[in-house]
Ligand binder design. Structure first.
Ligand code: MLT
Length: 317
């Protein structure tokens, strides 16, 4: 009986690890925080690799693979995987796109409310022994407009949450199917969204087309005093231009969960009072991580042991 070796290169939920370890035809190795060179050294021994967003499965890693049949992405975005090279080499790329979308949409709403009511700043002030209610006067979100860029699973759920708060919801997505437009949600061009929205929230994947989507030009098109929310990918935003827009007061604030480089060491964005910062937590709930882990573990095992695909995105098998 042949044994399939799976390399787990980023943290996945313990239930997913147990599921894989309980199968006598699977051998699991866990090695987190590997550099690209270390991964290149190791990958030749494995039939499968599972990553989250920290480890990149680059062209060089895939070219060093000898037996690799499947790359499992425990999560949504595939920007850390060279899907084109994997496809060319007949390696399947599987992800779990929908199961963490509720958690990420809830997180984006938490960012929007934190920004509006200065929750992290007020908390830090209380911890410093202060009592300054006047300093943290907030903004009500009801009747404000929110622009949702990207109307996939997360953007859609976030938009519905905003509708429940009686916000005006504008959406821009080049792939939006107008027949599926939902009640209360207005599809607009990117320019219109930027000029009308009090809050702009990014929910699109990182691709060559969307890299630096929000640059100095787009920031200048945003409504004066608007707020920007990003729990998608850091490279969607030109961070230098964002810094300038915040420092000049053109934008009232930003909530960032993701950064061009993670962690964002020495970024001046970390020093601004108008920025709410979190360390890539969008999909980090017990529920989402358990579902993501189990889904990808089952999908990778099915592909290795039964040559059966239970979930495939982007790549061919
Ligand atoms: C995702 O793409 O699923 C999220 O960014 C969370 C993660 O890093 O896995």
């Amino acid at each position: 009986m042949s044994v399939n070796r799976i390399l787990i290169a980023d943290p996945i939920h313990p239930h997913a690890l147990s599921l894989l370890r309980s199968n006598s035809r699977i051998e699991v190795a866990v090695a987190k925080g590997l550099s690209e060179a270390q991964l290149i050294d190791l990958i030749a021994d494995y039939e499968a690799i599972i990553v989250r967003s920290k480890t990149s499965v680059t062209t060089s890693v895939i070219e060093a693979a000898r037996r690799l049949k499947v790359i499992g992405r425990a999560g949504n975005g595939l920007d850390n995987i060279d899907v084109a090279t994997a496809t060319r080499r007949g390696i399947a790329v599987l992800n779990a796109p929908d199961v963490s979308s509720n958690s990420t949409a809830e997180f984006a709403l938490a960012q929007l409310l934190s920004l509006s009511r200065n929750l992290p700043q007020a908390h830090a002030s209380m911890r410093a022994g202060e009592w300054q209610p006047a300093r943290f006067m907030g903004t009500q979100v009801m009747s404000k407009s929110v622009g949702v860029i990207g109307f996939g699973a997360v953007g859609r759920k976030f938009a519905r949450l905003c509708l429940a708060l009686k916000m005006e919801v504008l959406v821009h997505d080049p792939f939006l199917n107008f027949e599926n437009e939902e009640a209360g949600i207005e599809a607009v061009t990117l320019e219109e969204l930027l000029s009308r929205a009090d809050y702009v929230s990014l929910h699109c994947p990182l691709t060559e087309r969307t890299r630096l989507l929000i640059d100095a030009v787009k920031l200048a098109q945003m409504k004066p005093g608007a707020r920007l929310i990003n729990c998608a990918r850091g490279e969607l935003i030109d961070e230098t231009a964002l810094l300038e827009a915040l420092q000049s007061g053109r934008l009232a604030g930003a909530a960032l969960d993701v950064y061009a480089s993670e962690p964002p060491a020495n970024s001046p964005l970390l020093t601004l009072d108008t920025v709410v910062l979190t360390p890539h937590l969008g999909a980090s709930t017990e529920e989402a991580q358990q579902m993501v882990g189990l889904k990808i573990a089952n999908a990778v095992a099915d592909l290795l042991l039964k040559d059966q695909v239970s979930q495939v995105t982007a790549a061919s098998v």
